[in-house]
Design a protein around this ligand. Structure first.
Ligand code: ZN
Length: 489
């Protein structure tokens, strides 16, 4: 099976393009967390999306060197160039050192991406470890005439870059409105941004470095350019992030990097942006406070893989509404998937199209399902489609068990739902019968009725099979004189 060409939506130009890696392994950078608070559910979507890219590349047999940065310095409160640093503000609020704050919330981030089965990046550079390189980078920009200095620091002069803002595809007014940029005394153009933030008189920063522009800290945008170039080379293949970065943070990364490199070649080839996860009508921003975390979902009885399934049930470029009804549905779907997959275990290890095609070579129905899976992931990461193909394959009477195994393993190599190992009992924690949706209750009622019917017809193997499925959903059936009754364990 030769496979379909991998095509990805490139925000730079806003079109779907063939993805052919420039290097082996290919290179990918994802903007990482600012570690000053617990990441909430909305913060997790970019990493699950980046992980899907990783899995798609692996599926195509393309190696990848992936870098996710950790912002432990330089990100000002309210995303502006002025005012307090987010990490320093959190340290003051929690009466802890900035190192403790950064360490604690970095750990919290790792806990969440691990629970969500996100493949680990090759490197997680800390911004605070790259400040000398950031100063050198800014000095080079200064030498090339792209900067000017005012009391609040060193600024990048965006008027010097004729292609500034190409990624945002907005005029400067729209871009600034989208990013809520605040005025800065002495800044020449509203779009100009800080490369170096000088200490305000009388306000000594906790994290401070000497620089040619006074004691202070780097601007937030600078770190991503410096660390990605340091670790992935001057040009790399893929840069990912939330759509909130498309109008400003990534625009500024591109401006300063292309000014620094000065070779006339686009700095990064592919820019991938995921849409927001919405809580009600409001974007879930960490600064808004009170947004639910993964730990809150787990406490409420949801499995982290149910949240992953909920995310993958929508295309990454669609806005997604977070509701408990949607989470209930996701957990029910996952429970059903695991119940159907369990009798097929152990699953083969088929991370790539080549391996999956080999495992399914004797089953035309499975080979056809694999081709559909390959077509779906190749069409700009269509994960909802893969979920649908997986569900169909588990119901397909024409497929052999080995064929089904190959299809399940292949789909899960891309979806990362841990279908090979998930324990059905883990999907029922803390659930009472009243927590079930009417559809779920109806589903169970139908299974119980089907089991009763099978017993009446003395079809014991069918009755056992249904009982196993009910069991996998955490449903316990007791036969009484009045007929069967069921409850959740
Ligand atoms: Zn970044």
């Amino acid at each position: 099976m030769s496979g379909h060409q991998l095509r990805l939506y490139n925000s730079l130009g806003r079109r779907i393009e063939d993805f052919v890696p420039l290097s082996d392994p290919t290179t990918m950078y994802s903007c990482g967390p600012t570690v000053y608070a617990y990441p909430h559910l909305g913060n997790m979507r970019p990493y699950v999306v980046a992980d899907t890219v990783r899995r798609a590349l692996r599926w195509k047999g393309i190696g990848v060197h992936h870098v996710i940065n950790i912002t432990d310095v330089g990100h000002a409160v309210a995303d502006t160039d002025t005012g307090e640093d987010k990490v320093e503000a959190a340290a003051a609020r929690e009466r802890r050192s900035v190192q403790e704050i950064a360490e604690f919330y970095t750990r919290a981030f790792f806990d969440d991406i691990t629970a969500l089965n996100v493949l680990p990046a090759a490197e997680y550079p800390r911004a605070s470890a790259y400040v000398p390189q950031m100063i050198e980078f800014a000095e080079e920009l200064e030498k090339k005439g792209f900067t000017y200095q005012i009391p609040s620091g060193l600024y990048f002069d965006t008027a010097k870059d004729p292609s500034y803002g190409e990624l945002a595809q907005m005029d400067a007014e729209g871009q600034l409105e989208a990013a809520r940029v605040e005025p800065v005394e002495g800044r020449r153009h509203k779009t100009d941004f800080a490369l170096w933030r000088a200490e305000e008189p009388g306000r000594r920063r906790v994290m401070r470095w000497d620089s040619p522009w006074g004691c202070g800290a780097p601007g937030w945008h600078l770190e991503c350019s410096v660390m990605s170039i340091a670790l992935l080379g001057r040009h790399f293949d893929i840069h990912t992030g939330g759509v909130d970065h498309r109008e400003l943070h990534h625009v500024n990364e591109i401006a300063q990097s292309q000014a620094y490199l000065g070779d006339g070649v686009p700095w990064v080839r592919f820019w991938l942006h995921n849409e927001f996860l919405q809580l009600g009508a409001v974007k879930m921003a960490k600064s808004a406070g009170g947004a639910p975390r993964l730990a809150d979902l787990v406490k409420a009885g949801y499995h982290p893989m149910a949240f992953r399934l909920f995310l993958l049930g929508a295309h990454y470029r669609s806005q997604l509404d977070f509701t408990t009804a949607a989470m209930d549905a996701a957990q029910a779907t996952l429970r059903r998937l695991v119940a159907r997959v369990q009798p097929l275990r152990p699953l083969p290890k088929t991370d790539t199209l080549a391996a999956a095609a080999q495992a399914a070579s004797h089953d035309p129905a499975a080979a056809s399902a694999l081709d559909q899976i390959d077509a779906a992931i190749s069409a700009d990461l269509n994960t909802p489609k893969i979920l649908a193909i997986l569900q169909d394959a588990l119901r397909a009477p024409a497929m052999t068990p080995d064929g089904q195994r190959a299809v399940v393993a292949a789909a899960d190599a891309l979806l990362g739902l841990s279908l090979a190992t998930l324990d059905p009992a883990d999907l029922d924690q803390g659930r009472a019968k009243e927590d079930l949706t009417p559809a779920e209750q109806n589903d169970i009622e139908q299974l119980v009725a089907a089991r009763t019917q099978a017993r009446k017809e003395q079809d014991w193997s069918r009755a056992d099979q249904i009982r196993a499925e009910l069991d996998a959903r955490g449903v316990q059936v007791t036969d009484t004189a009045e007929g069967p009754v069921w409850q959740l364990r």
